[in-house]
Design a protein around this ligand. Structure first.
Ligand code: OTU
Length: 649
């Protein structure tokens, strides 16, 4: 009988044998040990790469030509990889799960909004260290169209830093400085699309057929109309539909996002090869975590939603294999803001070992609005656990909108109608719901589907903006506690907590974007304020709001870093018996309780005894106080406790 697997193995081995003579000359300048390491990694990962590329491109008559091109390019990128990064490669191979440590704490910011430029940002590293960050995501900083550029997510060159921010050498030296201080650099790989000013797009616009084949182009509306029957509109308010007409060439171009963001055509192996080199270029700059932007959209198939298709996974897995061969210090993080099942489908050691956790994020806000943790608890019980070698990035806010991407079936299981619930949440966070504390803005309301997302800084969504305006001190207190409550969860739940910089100081919405015509229509800019130095200057004074938030968060981070039980791994969500209180246990050692209501709540003894077993008392890692459990644990409004249950008396 014909055995598929062993046939594939043989083909892979044969192909590698034939390709080696083309690869070794590229490595000729390297010393023997270095060359040996590359060959060893190639041996380990080529069979997988071969299988994936064969599945993707095996029907092309020139498949072997492309395979050779890809491997030779990878070898060339390896030969160019700086020695310090190769040393890091070896270090990370010896400690492959480094990103699961309790020491990992992330921050994310825009270079221009945070500091103005790369050299200016390099001066601010002590600020990151003060907060305790060991992971820094700098949002897109490469060349991009001057006015409308989707906050840098429309990239015109993956190799040239935006001249307004500095040079590629500035970036390289910043990466080195971060590494010396124990901070991992995170950059985006915006690989679903390029800007229409990218060289490839410009050549396509000039009529070059080779580069037109880098994108999805159509002579008339016949196919676009057929595709669109099944496609989701991502930015319906700014650019409805998924295609853009370009009169220069008389063609319709596939543009899932904005009209100037052209989707790359990964069915073309030349695109895969070109982008693999851009990916390895980023790795060679010193990127340790690569954020794969918009992973869901990279493969299109007529009659489908063109999201989360199997080939999208194969492309990412093939990139993963190449990175493991030529830059193993770098790991992938997936950015998929989709149904939780689809989010999970990207998370695998051989695909993206790290992933944003949008389900936790949006359900944290859901629980704040409802003051109930039922849906949060229920979904997390089902969905929080990951393969042993993977990790969530848990976050409260990011530079994007909040989409209510929780699973309708999770909601239905506890008697909630997802559609209605989203309408409530949108009303709540735009402040229309009576009694709402939130000051969010609508983002991309779609009248056809009634879909809508929410923009806003954490502090404004949590009620601080409104409370400050009303001068209401009790409401201010509640707002501050809400901000801290959400952050206490991302810091203690496992994975990598990611702080959206500005939130550590309680920064409010910034409405000035409305005066900028290139931004006015995109409400996400309300939560992308310039870093406020005056606010930061108050961070040491715990009597100010900024100081209270900053110092508390800093302390939570410090405790996390000192508590191995808060590293990634086992997180067991349990029903606290009180619908307002979230509960989970970390590594059977730390029991977390979090009160999502502005009233005192109790969790009764019987409920806790099943987890807490015999002893009578526990120590709260945050306050150092002993908490008795004679009748119940009493929680103040929005209080959270991290009880060390390993240390019972
Ligand atoms: C990402 O987000 C980026 O984070 C955005 O800033 C970009 O605008 C966008 O890609 C295009 O590059 O639509 O509203 O379901 O998965 O990819 C945010 C879509 C977005 C998301 C996500 C996208």
């Amino acid at each position: 009988m014909f055995d598929d697997r062993s046939w594939l193995k043989q083909q892979a081995a044969l192909s590698l044998k034939r390709l080696l003579p083309r690869i070794t000359p590229v490595l000729a300048e390297l010393d023997a040990a270095d060359r040996e390491r590359f060959i060893r990694r190639l041996d380990a990962h080529f069979p997988r790469l071969f299988r994936l590329l064969l599945a993707l491109y095996g029907r092309q008559y020139d498949f072997f030509y492309h395979l050779e091109e890809i491997l030779v390019a990878a070898a060339r990128m390896y030969a160019a990889r700086p020695a310090d990064l190769k040393a890091l490669d070896q270090q990370r191979e010896a400690d492959p799960l480094w990103y699961q440590s309790e020491k990992m704490v992330g921050g994310v910011c825009y270079v221009d909004r945070f500091a103005g430029s790369l050299p200016a940002l390099a001066e601010r590293l002590p600020y990151f260290e003060e907060l305790g960050l060991t992971y820094l995501h700098l949002m897109p900083l490469f060349r991009s169209p001057e006015k409308e550029n989707d906050g840098g997510y429309a990239i015109s060159s993956y190799r040239e830093v935006n001249p307004a921010l500095g040079t590629t050498d500035d970036l390289r030296s910043l990466a080195g400085e971060l590494r010396r201080r124990g901070i991992s650099l995170v950059l985006d790989f915006v690989f679903n699309h390029t800007s229409d000013q990218h060289d490839w797009a410009q050549r396509a616009l000039a009529g070059d057929a080779e580069y037109q084949a880098f994108y999805h182009m159509f002579d008339d509306r016949t196919l676009p109309d057929r595709y669109e029957q099944h496609l989701r509109e991502i930015f319906p308010e700014q650019d409805p539909g998924s295609f853009t007409y370009r009169p220069e060439i008389g063609k319709w171009v596939w543009t899932t996002f904005r009209r100037f963001q052209w989707d790359l055509n990964y069915a073309n192996p030349a695109v895969f090869n070109a982008m693999a080199q851009e990916m390895l270029f980023l790795a060679n700059l010193g990127v340790e975590v690569l954020r794969l932007d918009a992973v869901a959209f990279i493969w299109k198939e007529m009659g489908t939603s063109c999201e989360n298709l199997p080939q999208a996974h194969w492309i990412i897995q093939a990139f993963n294999a190449l990175a493991r061969i030529a830059a193993p210090a770098m790991v992938f993080k997936s950015e998929a803001i989709v149904h939780p099942d689809d989010v999970a489908s990207y998370i695998h050691r051989d695909e993206c070992p790290i992933s944003y956790n949008p389900t936790l994020m949006n359900l944290l806000w859901e629980a704040l609005a409802t003051r109930e943790v039922r849906l949060l608890q229920h979904s997390m019980r089902k969905r929080f656990s990951l393969p042993d070698d993977c990790a969530w990035v848990n976050y409260v806010r990011c530079h994007d909108d909040i989409g209510w991407s929780f699973a309708d079936e999770d909601a239905a299981e506890i008697g909630i109608n997802g559609f209605d619930h989203r309408r409530f949440l949108n009303a709540f966070y735009t402040g229309y719901f009576p009694g709402s504390f939130a000051r969010g803005l609508p983002f991309n309301y779609n009248p056809r589907t009634q879909d809508m997302r929410i923009s806003g800084m954490a502090a404004s969504l949590a009620g601080l903006e409104q409370a400050l305006e009303n001068g209401d001190t009790l409401r201010q207190e509640h707002a501050v506690r809400r901000i801290l409550l959400l952050h206490s969860i991302i810091v203690s739940a496992g994975g990598i907590p990611l702080i959206y910089l500005g939130d550590e100081l309680g920064t409010l919405n910034d409405y000035s974007y409305r005066d900028n015509p290139a931004r006015a229509k995109d409400s996400r800019w309300v939560h992308r304020p310039a870093f406020d130095m005056a606010r930061a200057a108050r961070r040491a004074d715990a009597k100010t709001i900024e100081g209270r938030i900053f110092q508390t968060l800093r302390r939570l981070i410090h405790i996390r870093k000192e508590t191995p039980a808060l590293a990634n791994g086992e997180t067991t969500f349990f029903d606290t018996g009180n619908p307002h209180v979230l509960g989970y246990v970390r590594h059977e050692q730390v029991l977390v309780l979090a009160n999502f209501s502005e009233f005192e709540q109790q969790v009764n003894r019987d409920m806790l005894m099943s987890i807490w077993r015999s002893p009578e008392m526990a120590v709260d890692l945050i306050t150092g106080q002993e908490i008795g459990c004679d009748d119940a644990v009493v929680l103040e409004p929005y209080q959270y406790v991290w009880l060390q249950i390993g240390r019972w008396r």
